[in-house]
Design a protein around this ligand. Structure first.
Ligand code: GDP
Ligand code: MG
Length: 222
């Protein structure tokens, strides 16, 4: 559906998934944005989690700025990234893929190529117009603010990686230090970017609740 065809009052739903190496901060981000809480240790879950929340964002529709209501269905993998076993079922139907790395851990940056090709293999190349967007986020900024010598990934290298792979640079952040409201502001910017690039789908009467953790089925991440 194009932006023109849409009823401007209808809710727009996006599936957004968190990907990236183990321990980059995906679950902390998931928890902070959905509950406001931060946990200073690894939280392990089997399978995956998903939770929905609403964002009201002013967007441009046919040259007019108006506030629209977005429902973000956020998905977090748990544990599977260790085994590189995330399957197409997890990626399927997502409009936004937030790819995280740890700016104090070079390996998590070097592995980005594998993540990007995993997404392209599952969702296609985006050549004929964007169906989904990948947004790159560098996490754990608080550590390098206190100890600059612990930085292992330069911002310029991350920006270059985005240009080379046609993905969006979401910036550096600290899930630990950022408040829920600050993270929401970031999410609003990313959601607006998805809206600009790929439009939307409207889910009318579907009630989406938090589920999970879901037990992992063999050969299927869904
Ligand atoms: P996941 O495996 O990607 O889900 O990573 P987690 O969310 O479980 O986080 C792994 C570890 O990194 C935990 O010990 C977190 O407390 C820590 N962590 C996550 N985000 C940050 C951050 O912004 N700053 C710092 N210093 N530690 C973080
Ligand atoms: Mg996790």
């Amino acid at each position: 559906m194009s932006v023109d065809e849409a009823d401007s009052n209808e809710k727009i739903t996006y599936k957004i998934i968190l990907i990236g190496d183990s321990s980059v901060g995906k679950t902390c981000l998931f928890k902070k944005i959905t509950t406001g809480d931060y946990f200073d240790k690894n939280i392990s879950t089997i399978g995956m989690d998903r939770k929905s929340f609403q964002l009201n964002i002013p967007v441009m529709d046919n040259g007019t700025k108006r506030e629209r209501n977005f429902e973000i269905q956020l998905w977090d993998t748990a544990g599977q990234e260790r085994f590189r076993s995330i399957t197409t079922g997890y990626y399927k139907g997502s409009q936004g893929l937030f790819l995280l790395y740890d700016i104090t851990n070079i390996e998590t940056f070097e592995n980005l190529d594998k993540w990007i090709s995993g997404v392209r293999d599952s969702l296609g190349s985006n050549e004929k117009g964007d169906k989904y967007i990948i947004i790159l986020l560098g996490n754990k900024l608080d550590i390098v603010k206190e100890h600059p010598e612990m930085r292992r990934v330069n911002t310029a290298d991350a920006e270059r990686k985005c240009k080379e792979n046609d993905i969006i640079w979401g910036g550096e952040c600290s899930v630990k230090d950022f408040t829920k409201e600050e993270l929401e502001e970031k999410f609003k910017g990313y959601t607006e970017e998805i809206y600009k690039r790929i439009g939307f789908r409207v889910v009318k009467s579907q009630v989406i609740k938090q589920i999970g953790p879901i037990k992992k089925k063999e050969g299927c991440a869904c």
